[in-house]
Design a protein around this ligand. Structure first.
Ligand code: ZN
Length: 202
């Protein structure tokens, strides 16, 4: 499966001049919700990710995703693995498990996102699951922005990565884009103005 091409075909891999939420500029942007617009494509991606996880031998009881970004990817992954799905959401800025979702003591939970950059939201969800007595066994995302090292990738983890090194991180592909400081951006220097994409995803 050519994941990059699939994102391109879905209109999820944008090319142009973008202002990221970090304040930096990039010629590329991943609008990862677009790749899940088509349920059949979402199912195929999740199945591919599920195959990777099964092959690793990791035991998973439940998938937990941080809302909103991780919901569709996590739900499809849970379906592909045949396990339960729960989600955390922000309440007054704090990531919490609500809506009657519970975690059993020792329940093996895999945290799933659509895209992982530094893994900040994924870690907030993981901390909430562990506070409830669950055991976070690993992390998964459809796309990896190349800050964290995913299983079977040669790209090394950067210091900004918040995921623990002793737990596996599964993702389908690395999406590493050039990123510029605004005053060093060659696109700005050529006279273009960056646009801010609609949602997070940098
Ligand atoms: Zn620029």
């Amino acid at each position: 499966m050519d994941i990059q091409q699939l994102y391109k075909d879905a209109g999820a891999l944008l090319e142009g001049h973008f202002l990221l939420s970090s304040g930096k500029h990039s010629p590329n942007y991943l609008q990862s919700a677009k790749v899940l617009e088509d349920p059949k494509r979402a199912e195929a991606l999740a199945k591919e990710l599920a195959t990777q996880i099964r092959k690793s031998g990791l035991a998973v009881d439940t998938i937990c995703s941080p809302a909103i970004g991780g919901l569709l990817a996590g739900y499809e992954l849970a379906r592909a693995l045949g396990v339960r799905f729960i989600f955390t959401e922000r309440k007054d800025g704090k990531m919490t498990l609500r809506r009657g979702f519970e975690v059993d003591p020792g329940e093996k939970v895999l945290i799933c996102e659509d895209i992982i950059t530094t893994g900040g939201s994924a870690m907030e969800a993981a901390n909430e699951v562990e506070k409830r007595g669950g055991e976070v066994v690993g992390f998964a995302a459809l796309a990896n922005r190349g800050v964290c090292k995913r299983k079977n990738s040669a790209i090394e983890s950067q210091k900004e990565c918040k995921l623990p090194k002793d737990k596996p991180f599964f993702a389908l592909a690395d999406f590493t884009f050039p990123i510029y400081e605004p005053d060093e951006c060659p696109l700005c220097q050529s006279g273009s103005t960056p646009i801010k994409p609609g949602s997070r995803g940098n």
